[in-house]
Design a protein around this ligand. Structure first.
Ligand code: GLP
Length: 241
């Protein structure tokens, strides 16, 4: 695992956007796994800037989703499908045909999870998976105690994660209880994992993930098992390393 300490979130966004641009220059139809939350936004802004400036042609890139809420009505602005279309797909000048995601409104959620794992394999696998980290060390929505071998499946959010994500909804009660997430085993199949963490609130989770033992209690520690994992942290998130 490579750990890169950058001065701030903007520098982290720029560094990772350049890594993505360089992948897309080598492999124009690369499958990019994207994460939601506030942390990766500087990456998407920097990457869209490079596309607009003509520094990279991303017109053949493909985008896939890490996780999704279960049960939000189709088109809800905070469904992760809507967020990824708004924050990533559209700014890169792509359309929905370049996007793969799990169906959070499916009647048979388990079947939707299995279908999504299959879709990722049939697409040739994820070339670069971006990850954020929860304050409890979760990746995607794999909460503490998730199996390190888990596949895409339905999970129940912890009280802490629902509280952390309440800022995106009108009221805390609106945050769904259930989600679909790529499993940790699914995530580990991506060819390159890139985790960005910024701010002091992530420092403890980063320290446990990077320097602690590999443990289901700290899902992001599974990155230690991957042959090509890059953890980019700003000074504040690195403060407990
Ligand atoms: C959610 C997402 C994660 C994300 C996390 C942290 O739980 N499912 O993928 O990493 O939030 O979000 P933020 O970057 O806003 O702190």
């Amino acid at each position: 695992m490579e750990v890169v300490i950058v001065p701030d979130a903007t520098a982290g966004g720029e560094l990772i956007a350049e890594a993505i641009a360089s992948l897309v220059r080598r492999k124009p139809d690369a499958l990019l796994g994207v994460a939601t939350g506030s942390t990766p936004l500087p990456i998407y802004e920097a990457l869209a800037g490079k596309v607009r400036a003509g520094a990279v042609d991303a017109s053949r890139a493909r985008i896939c989703q890490l996780d999704e809420y279960v049960g939000l009505p189709a088109g809800h602005p905070e469904s992760y499908r809507s967020v990824v279309l708004r924050e990533v797909v559209e700014p890169l000048g792509l359309d929905e045909s370049s996007f793969i995601g799990p169906d959070g409104s499916a009647e048979d959620v388990q079947a939707a999870c299995e279908a999504y794992d299959r879709a990722l394999s049939e697409a040739g696998g994820v070339d670069l998976q971006l990850l954020g980290i929860g304050t409890d060390g979760h990746i995607g929505f794999n909460e503490p105690c998730s199996s390190l071998a888990s596949r895409t499946r339905i999970k129940t959010l912890t009280r802490q994660t629902r509280a952390d994500n309440a800022r995106f909804f009108d009221s805390p009660d609106e945050v769904p209880h259930h989600v679909i997430t790529q499993g940790i085993g699914t995530i580990l199949e991506a060819r390159h994992l890139v985790l960005l963490a910024t701010g002091e609130g992530k420092a403890e989770a980063v320290a446990q993930s990077v320097e602690g033992p590999v443990a289901a209690l700290v899902p992001a520690s599974a990155l230690q098992l991957h042959r090509h994992a890059t953890v980019v942290v700003d000074e504040a998130a690195a403060s407990k390393l």
